[in-house]
Design a protein around this ligand. Structure first.
Ligand SMILES: O=C(O)CCC(=O)C(=O)O
Ligand SMILES: [Fe+2]
Ligand SMILES: [Zn+2]
Length: 525
């Protein structure tokens, strides 16, 4: 809900003048020098390192007195039910923004209200399914977020200097529709927002458990026994995780793999190519002679593509909104192994083939159970051996972290590979099914013992507090240095081909092993 003209211009002026952006570090309410905007906290300090408040340490002074009378009025009018005890003042210059986030459930109660002062702005609300709604927040309006809008949708402000707004209802609140006959640009001014929240002292028991940090399941996930369980597993252990690690994940993904580049360079100029599961878009700009468009299930990864001026959109690989036969080629790199049943993996392959025109080609990479093949160790594996020789690494978790987080070396996408040091044993692939239903957690740099595994991702934490921490990096909340688990089905030799053979209208042109992955090139007949 957006309530327009909630305060007078005189009150607006008075509130704006009351904010002292002091440079005095001793000031308890001292604003942090954030790259994108100025921030000041009252009542409780909000820590952007863990997106939470220190509930036992209220700031002296509470909320500014000047807020008392307006809060009383809003309580009386019924815009809010409870008196807030925390205030965050954000000041955005034109070009500043705030990343999409959900205010941590366990930190604050249901009602979150934000008063817009100084300049209007367009706020983006995003549903986990990818639906985005742009909401105009006029000057002197109050945004009230409760229920679904507070708990489930993310809110954020895109850093830019102009907003696209409705032309006919220039200063009115509401959802911006895409009616191109009624759009205009609005130049942003300096906007100051007062966000009032009530600190929560008991765990959140909202009905949005998929995004609720209080209700995060501690029980380990098990092998899916139904389609429904498979989608839940993918939602929790693939989609949510990529969304949370998107920024860090992207920073480890810059070097394209040579054979994928070779495929893209071999396509005729002018080919239309879809990258299904494009991640941060590292293949989208490889060959400037192609028309490449990417899609990914993670809105945060798609945002990264867009920031790089690459063409990408959010969609599910099982339902791609492209016409049948519209692509000359497709690539699917490290995607199919995230589907949790054989049927869903085949369905994803079939959907890929559907996009191709007759004669069109698809290149598919999936992670291999066998991390050594034909007695050949990947460059990466050798690299690690050298590293190991140089430096004794005993702790497995540290090792895992090293593997996951090393920057690209020798043209390899290091964070993707987790080769085994041991020689791969043939029997491993015979144990195809997980016998006990709990999914094992893979130890990085060891042989896979199961085809269905959880692979840890060590999110790089922010050492040193109170540095200019990027506020609301990933959606939701986490401690710095958190470990996330991604679900994988690693493929055995022959398994990818076998799956491809069940597809209609395709022939397998090539299949090969490349740096710990099984790969095929398909052609539509
Ligand atoms: O500037 C605003 O209106 C929103 C600020 C916000 O979402 C926050 O501080 O959590
Ligand atoms: Fe917020
Ligand atoms: Zn909750």
């Amino acid at each position: 809900m957006v309530v327009e003209e909630i305060i007078s211009s005189e009150d607006e002026k008075m509130l704006l003048e009351s904010v002292i952006w002091s440079e005095d570090a001793d000031d308890q309410n001292f604003q942090k020098s954030l790259k994108r905007r100025r921030v000041k906290h009252f009542g409780y300090e909000f820590h952007y390192e863990n997106n939470n408040v220190d509930k036992d340490k209220p700031l002296p002074g509470g909320l500014p007195d000047i807020c008392d009378s307006i809060l009383e009025k809003w309580l009386k009018k019924g815009y809010i039910k409870y008196k807030p005890d925390q205030l965050t003042i954000n000041q955005y210059e034109p070009g500043h923004g705030i990343p999409a986030h959900i205010d941590t459930h366990s930190a604050f109660e249901d009602e979150i209200i934000s008063l817009s002062l100084g300049s209007e702005v367009v706020m983006d609300f995003k549903h986990p399914d990818g639906v985005t709604v742009q909401v105009m927040l006029p000057c002197r309006s109050l945004l009230v977020m409760t229920g679904e809008s507070r708990y489930l949708w993310t809110h954020g402000i895109t850093p830019r200097k102009f907003d696209t707004i409705q032309a006919s209802e220039h200063y009115k609140s509401g959802i911006i529709t895409s009616d191109i006959g009624d759009l205009t640009l609005s130049k942003r001014g300096i906007r100051t927002s007062f966000t009032f929240r009530k600190v929560r002292h008991t765990p959140c028991n909202c009905s949005y458990s998929s995004v609720c940090d209080s209700q995060r399941k501690e029980t380990p996930p098990s092998f899916p026994k139904s389609e429904k369980e498979a989608t839940q597993l993918e939602q929790e252990y693939v989609h949510r995780v990529y969304e949370e690690i998107a920024g860090h994940f992207s920073s480890t993904r810059h070097t394209p793999w040579p054979r994928i580049v070779e495929f893209l360079k071999s396509l005729p100029n002018g080919s239309i190519v879809a990258d299904i599961g494009c991640g941060n878009g590292k293949y989208l700009g490889i060959n400037k002679e192609l028309y490449m468009i990417g899609c990914d299930r993670s809105p945060n990864l798609v945002d990264i593509c867009r920031e790089r001026q690459l063409q990408a959109f959010v969609c599910d690989a099982l339902a791609i909104p492209f016409r049948t036969g519209s692509c000359d080629a497709c690539i699917s790199i490290a995607v199919i192994h995230h589907f949790a049943t054989a049927e869903r993996r085949v369905a994803a392959l079939q959907e890929l083939v559907r996009l191709l025109r007759p004669g069109g080609k698809a290149l598919i990479y999936v992670w291999a159970m066998e991390q050594e093949y034909n007695n050949q160790k990947s460059k990466y594996l050798k690299e690690n051996r050298i590293n190991q020789g140089k430096k004794e690494i005993s702790d497995t978790s540290t090792r895992g972290q090293l593997v996951e987080q090393m920057p690209d070396v020798n043209n390899q996408d290091l964070a993707f590979s987790m080769p085994s040091i041991n020689v791969f044993q043939e029997e491993e692939c015979n144990s195809r099914k997980v016998t006990n239903s709990e999914l094992p957690i893979h130890t990085n740099r060891t042989t896979f013992h199961s085809q269905d595994v959880l692979v840890p991702w060590h999110l790089k934490g922010n050492p040193g507090k109170d540095k200019s921490v990027e506020p609301f990096g990933p959606v939701g909340s986490h401690d710095p240095g958190s470990v996330f688990h991604r679900y994988y089905h690693v493929f055995c030799a022959g398994e990818l081909e076998a799956a491809c053979q069940t597809l209609s209208n395709v022939s397998i042109l090539q299949s090969y092993y490349d740096q710990g992955n099984w790969c095929v090139i398909l052609q539509k007949i």
